[in-house]
Design a protein around this ligand. Structure first.
Ligand SMILES: CC(C)(COP(=O)(O)OP(=O)(O)OC[C@H]1O[C@@H](n2cnc3c(N)ncnc32)[C@H](O)[C@@H]1OP(=O)(O)O)[C@@H](O)C(=O)NCCC(=O)NCCS
Length: 319
């Protein structure tokens, strides 16, 4: 008699599998930092967003005892594009689970996904399933010590202690346009932004300038938060990340080139130091030399790279 496979793949069941997914994300994050460890409130916000389609395309790998040991999360972020996130519990890797999950991803869509350069298995799996590299972002860190704000000629940088999600979305959209949602598939969404800002050690900073009508407008925004991808050694005994990250930063086009983005970065770094993080993390698209140079000048060192992948949908059959 053939030995029974000790795991199987099935569709995700909203509600019943939520705790299993939260646990899996935490296990993968603390092991290799390649998934964001999010709480059940944040998972609920992601599931509520239209792009998740209630998790109907999600899959879980379950062990013989029913525990969730792998997951495939899909976000239908555009008419063609679908972001996929695959992760396998470190104790269950190299058994074909990752491959079995990625093969369940929608085959008629253009798939986007991200991995870390330091996780060799991800590259091997993605290349062997038809993904090609799109671009890379540098993950950079520096110690959170001796950080001081920069004086600015125009406007002032303020913290929004009310953590208004609408304000954050408006400011990000004004500064970044459509590219503001790149990467996380849900930054246009109120519930997702609300959950992000509600995290105890997150903060939203704004560059207030005077608009043409004399009223104050948000010319820039900087959102700082705990690093959800912090590994085990980068957390306290209670599991709190000791790394804080500048998650979003944006400055309106007409304000660029005056040193204001540097001031905004510095304000974000300063805030993270005040909150009590030991390290500050940022991410810079390697294709954007200005961002990389800014962070280098601020003393950041490269610690890893996020590799962004694409798998084109098959050409429609000629009719
Ligand atoms: C990437 C990941 C999902 C792979 O999961 P997995 O269950 O170990 O993968 P599989 O056993 O199906 O392996 C698939 C192939 O990837 C390659 N591979 C996997 N791990 C590897 C490793 N550590 N070194 C080299 N090749 C590896 C092999 O080619 C393997 O095929 P083979 O066993 O037929 O030779 C897992 O490492 C993981 O969870 N990483 C963190 C999350 C992540 O990086 N996700 C990004 C992808 S969206």
């Amino acid at each position: 008699m053939a030995a029974k496979k000790p795991w199987s793949i099935r569709t995700f069941q909203p509600g019943a599998d939520d705790a299993g997914i939260v646990k899996l994300l935490g296990q993968v994050a603390t092991f290799d930092g390649s998934m964001a460890a999010i709480g059940s409130d944040m998972l609920a916000a992601r599931l509520d967003h239209a792009s998740a389609r209630r998790g109907s395309a999600w899959r879980v790998a379950v062990a013989a005892n029913g525990a969730v040991i792998g997951g495939l999360l899909c976000f239908f972020t555009g008419t063609l594009r679908t972001e996929v996130v695959v992760g396998v519990n470190p104790a269950f890797r190299r058994q074909g689970i990752g491959r079995a999950l990625i093969e369940c991803a929608p085959s008629d869509r253009r798939l986007l996904c991200a991995s870390r350069e330091s996780v060799g298995g991800a590259r091997a799996l993605l290349e062997s399933t038809g993904f090609t590299e799109r671009y890379r972002a540098l993950l950079m860190r520096k110690e959170a010590v001796g950080i001081e704000d920069l004086a600015i000629a125009e406007g002032k940088i303020v913290e929004d202690t009310r953590k208004d999600s609408r304000r954050a979305i408006l400011a990000l959209t004004a500064a970044l346009g459509d590219s503001g949602s790149a990467g996380d598939g849900g930054s246009d969404d109120r519930a997702w932004m609300k959950a992000r800002l509600a995290r105890p050690r997150a903060a939203a900073l704004y560059l207030e300038v005077t608009g043409s009508d004399g009223k104050a407008v948000d010319g820039g925004v900087c959102i700082v938060a705990p690093c959800e991808r912090a590994k085990k050694g980068e957390r306290t005994a209670a599991g709190e990340p000791i790394v804080g990250v500048i998650e979003d930063i944006g400055l309106m086009k007409n304000l660029r080139g005056q040193g204001l983005s540097r001031a905004l970065v510095r304000a974000g770094m300063h805030k993270l130091q005040q909150i009590g993080y030991r390290f500050v993390e940022v991410s810079a698209d390697k294709r954007k030399a200005a961002a990389v140079e800014l962070y280098e000048r601020e003393g950041f060192d490269v610690v890893d790279e996020d590799v962004h992948w694409l798998k084109k949908e098959p050409k429609p059959a000629a009719s």
